[in-house]
Write a protein that binds this ligand. Sequence first.
Ligand SMILES: Cc1cc2nc3c(=O)[nH]c(=O)nc-3n(C[C@H](O)[C@H](O)[C@H](O)COP(=O)(O)OP(=O)(O)OC[C@H]3O[C@@H](n4cnc5c(N)ncnc54)[C@H](O)[C@@H]3O)c2cc1C
Length: 372
Amino acid sequence: MLNYEHLSFWEKRTYTEEIDTLIIGAGIVGMTCAFHEKQRHPQRKIVVLERGYLPTGASTKNAGFACFGSPSELQDDFQHMPETQVWETLSMRYEGLQKLFEIVPKHFMSYSACGSWDLTKEPMEGGFIHYLNRQIERITGISEVYSEDSAKIQSCNFHGFNFAYKNRSEGSIDTGQLMEALFRKCVEMGVHFLFGTEVTKLSFESTEKSVTTSHGILKPHQIALCTNAFAQQLLPLDVRPARAQVLVTSPINELPIDGTFHFDAGYYYFRNVGKRVLFGGGRNQALEEESTISMEISSRLQNHLESLLRANILPNQVFEVEYRWAGTLGLGPAKEPIVRQLAPGVVAGVRMGGMGIAIGALVGEKLSKLLV
Ligand SMILES: Cc1cc2nc3c(=O)[nH]c(=O)nc-3n(C[C@H](O)[C@H](O)[C@H](O)COP(=O)(O)OP(=O)(O)OC[C@H]3O[C@@H](n4cnc5c(N)ncnc54)[C@H](O)[C@@H]3O)c2cc1C
């Protein structure tokens, strides 16, 4: 392996010397932080380090829901968080999506304003939906975001659900296109990327900062830690990893499903991707087993997802499961992310939970503002 000390004069000058801002992690947070850093300070040398040959956390592995909250998820949040925090988080999600679309226009990520449906067995109280609509209008300016639309269950031929609540302001994106567009944007602006470079140690106690990597030591002026679920491997931040598993079917002729769907307080989610169905979640079935950084899929959860899919979402359809994968969420005792200065010129933006598409761009911007 080629260590930094063996690099040429040109390579050192371009990539490893005199780094103004070193960003660790090339997920949505790392890339949007790089974007804002470069936009605010075009002269700065900004280098993003990524341990994988692709981003290897959640940003290229997620379900592609551009969402800010379903009624059953909000109902669940009310039981675990003070109400002000629920609305703050929702507001971050909504604002974050607008920020994301400012950086990458919607058509570059095949955004579809398809709406989302929250599927339940029991009805939600009309008063509760009304209350959510009033609060959300206050935050987003959009009126009547939620409405009951239980006819969707029949038109999609779902089994095992009795009620559906539509959110008319949510949509879906192509996750691969989003990340590729972000990467290209950063490169065009002059941000450098070093893939296949793992950070093993950070030290910033003295005025000189030092970042030990798999290829040698770098001495940047500033550091942004954007490693989400893996943050604890470098610093004692309150983030724990949680595996999230997904599958995608073969194309299905006459697929009756069009849109994004959630059930069970957001623990399960599915959508169409063209004529295919992407289905994921179910972590609550095996919380301990899924508290892992392993990106291998488990037969237990994959079988569980597949049987739910065949019984409730695509009954009487003929299809194969053609793709299966897992990504890693960063969770913690609170739903909101950690966005913090750790020392002068050292910041962290981690713990995006299951909402990093929504809040990632906002966190990236906040990080660049926290840097000097
Ligand atoms: C299956 C799944 C479905 C999801 N669905 C949705 C959804 O529909 N909507 C939504 O809003 N959110 C969703 N999420 C959550 C969302 O994807 C994440 O919150 C978001 O991608 C987190 O972005 P990030 O940049 O913070 O972290 P990541 O994308 O995890 O990026 C962190 C990067 O840091 C790198 N890294 C880690 N340690 C080191 C190190 N020591 N040295 C160098 N590099 C390192 C990793 O390889 C990784 O690429 C989903 C997540 C998963 C897994």
